[in-house]
Structure formats: C-alpha cells, structure tokens
Design a binder for this molecule. Structure first.
Ligand code: CA
Length: 376
C-alpha cells in the first residue's frame, strides 16, 4: 500500500460579529485541511493549527517526502518530515504542517485497519469526553460585562459544566468581566480564565491574587510563552492552577515547559504541536512530571475529533479511587466552518461529547461545502 495523493485546502467564512482577544481580532475564520489518499482510494483528513495559507505552503513543501510511503508507517513518516523541517522550524508553522499530515495518516490508518483512532492510541478509557466551553471573547458591545454574562448563562443552559473566558485587557477591566460571569453562572460551574499571554509578570500576579476568591479552575497563558521563569514563579505564588502550552511545539518544547515546572496543566494543540504521534509522546512526558494534559483545540470537527480520541485514552493524575474526568476544549465562538464542514455533528450531553466509534477519526468532510468555501 502506498500514499498516492496529498492535497491541502484552505477554507474561509466571514463572521457576522467580529471579536477579539488580548492579542488581535477576527473578522473571518480560516482553516487548512489536508487529505491523504492511498492507492486503494481510501483517505484520511488532517488539520493544521495556525495561519492557514502558510500551513498549506508547508504541506506542499513536505508532500514529496510522504508520497509513495506506506500509510501505515505513520511514525516513520513523521520522523522523515520532522528531519526535513528541523533546520528551519524547530517551532512554528512547519510543525503545524507536519501535524496536519500526521493526523490525516492516523485517520487513514484507522480506516485501513477498521479501527477508531482511540484504539490505535492504546484504547479508550471512556466513551464520552467532558468538554469545557471556550467563548466569552471581547466584542464592541455597548455593555460588555452584561453581554459576557448572558453568553455564559447560555453555555450553562446548554449543559456545560466548565466555561473559559478571555482576560488580558487590563487587571481592573478583567476583574469586572470575571465577576459578572461568575455571578451569572453561580458557584457550581467551573470557570477558567485565559490571558493569551497579555499580562506582564506583575500584572499576572496581581490579577491572580485579586481573582482567587472567584474559585478559578485554571489561569491559562498568563505571561509570554517565552517567559518560562515567569510561569514557574507565578505558579509558586498562586494557588490557582497555571495552564499553558498552546504556543509550544514538539516534545522538546514541552520538555522545557515541564522540566521548568511552569504549568499545572499542559495544553498542546494536536494540530500544531506535532500531531497525534507527537502529542501522544508529550502526554507520556507530562505524566513523568505528574502533569495533566488538557489539549488546546481551535478548528474544525477534524481537530475536535482528534482531541476526543486522544482525551478518551487519558488517565488523570494522580491515580485515585474517584478520579476527576479529563477535559477537552470545545470552542463555541462563531465559526460556521467548524459547524458545517464535517459530519456527523457533535452533541453535548451532560457536559460531555461522545467519542466517534467509526474507523479512523470517525468524521468526514462535506466536499461540496468545502468547495464553496475554498480559498485559492
Ligand atoms: Ca488559549
């Protein structure tokens, strides 16, 4: 069996309501998918996390190295692609291109073997994965705290038991927003905050001190991803668990984050940090540091399905009789691509989403929709 085709696609949808976070704004959503086809006509889908057109160029650069290879040799292909990219991309977008191809190969391998990806990863520990809602972005609404409170109430009404909101505009503004959201959802729903590295160390420390009474489940990307010492120092000085890793790449990147005792929760993006092959190793490395993994997820149903399969196999640490459930991020911000590009749709039940059972990732792409939204 040989790989006979690798095709990258960029799709785009404009937003009805532009939104922003501590770094930049969105007026559209774009993503890059890749389809890897084998000589018998079977295919797998993958997705890269980051600037879609740049990832597509990366996939085109890597394609000649994977064509003709055996699609079951997923990690052998990964090693070949990584070695070719290493001189230029120890971090960043070429790693996302490798990630996309790798995820497509896991999907394809699952289809060729007639097994869901969770089985290939070692076997699922649960049929449903608890998810948290990511939303509560900033908009130009006249009364932003009230708008955030209403959005948070809607997530609670949909059945989410954990919700993450954006901070990073400034300590006082962020506190006002967080208090409005906590008041709206009551004390029983987990609330997380994500600064997207918008704070200096001293701002992050002050914010952590001030927000502690709101019972925050984790504080994500408090400071620059380059400030490993700042992460570690903040973690020593607050009782709020510190999360990070969506800007980190590969096993070597997570080695630095973990050995520096920077985070309580590691958040690799499967579509960015190296694909399922590499994130499986990152999970193992994190376990050696007694650190739990909650994958970052921001994309289509391909990215989300990869997350579901991975998290279905995780054992939370430390082991004990009554274990908490591991979590996966579920982006709820406006994204028609995410909602329409893949089938079947994902449904929330009791704060969780069922792990697909079909071979591979268990999701397929609507080719007509993709063609309508494709960008050259
Ligand atoms: Ca984030």
């Amino acid at each position: 069996m040989k790989i006979t085709g690798i095709e990258a696609f960029v799709a785009e949808e404009r937003l009805h309501t532009p939104f922003y976070f501590s770094q930049f704004g969105f007026d559209r959503r774009q993503l890059c998918l890749v389809r890897v086809t084998a000589e018998d006509g079977s295919y797998g889908w993958g997705e890269g996390y980051g600037p879609a057109k740049v990832i597509r160029a990366g996939i085109e650069f890597l394609t000649p190295l994977a064509l003709g290879e055996n699609p079951l040799y997923v990690e052998a292909i990964w090693n070949k692609l990584h070695l070719r990219a290493l001189d230029y991309a120890r971090r960043g977008v070429l790693v996302a291109a490798i990630s996309a191809i790798d995820i497509a190969l896991w999907d394809l391998r699952g289809k060729l073997l007639g097994q869901p990806v969770s089985t290939l990863l070692g076997g699922r520990r649960r049929e449903q994965v608890q998810v948290y809602a990511t939303g509560l972005y900033f908009t130009e609404a006249a009364d932003l705290p009230a708008r955030l409170a209403a959005e948070a109430r809607a997530y609670a009404a949909q059945g989410f038991r954990a919700i993450k909101m954006k901070v990073g505009l400034g300590v006082e503004t962020d506190l006002r927003h967080a208090r409005a959201v906590r008041a709206a959802i009551g004390p029983d729903i987990s609330l997380m905050v994500d600064a997207n590295h918008g704070y200096s160390f001293s701002e992050a420390l002050r914010f952590a001190e001030r927000i502690e009474p709101l019972n925050i489940s984790f504080f994500e990307e408090p400071v620059s991803p380059e400030d490993y010492e700042g992460y570690a120092e903040l973690r020593r000085r607050t009782s709020i668990p510190i999360a990070g890793g969506e800007c980190e790449y590969l096993l070597a990147g997570f080695r630095r984050l973990l050995s520096g005792r920077c985070v309580d929760i590691a958040q690799p993006d499967i579509c960015g940090a190296g694909g399922l092959s590499e994130v499986k190793k990152i999970v193992a490395l994190a376990a050696a540091f007694q650190t739990n993994v909650i994958p970052h997820s921001w994309g289509s149903g391909i990215a989300f399905a990869a997350g579901l399969h991975l998290v279905s196999t995780l054992d939370p640490l430390p082991g004990r009789l009554r274990l908490p459930e591991p979590l996966l991020e579920m982006d709820r911000s406006e994204n028609a691509l995410r909602d329409n590009l893949t089938q079947p749709a994902f449904h929330l039940r009791d704060g969780a989403v069922a792990v697909p059972t079909a071979p591979g990732l268990g999701v397929d792409v609507d080719l007509d929709y993709l063609a309508q939204r494709a960008v050259d």
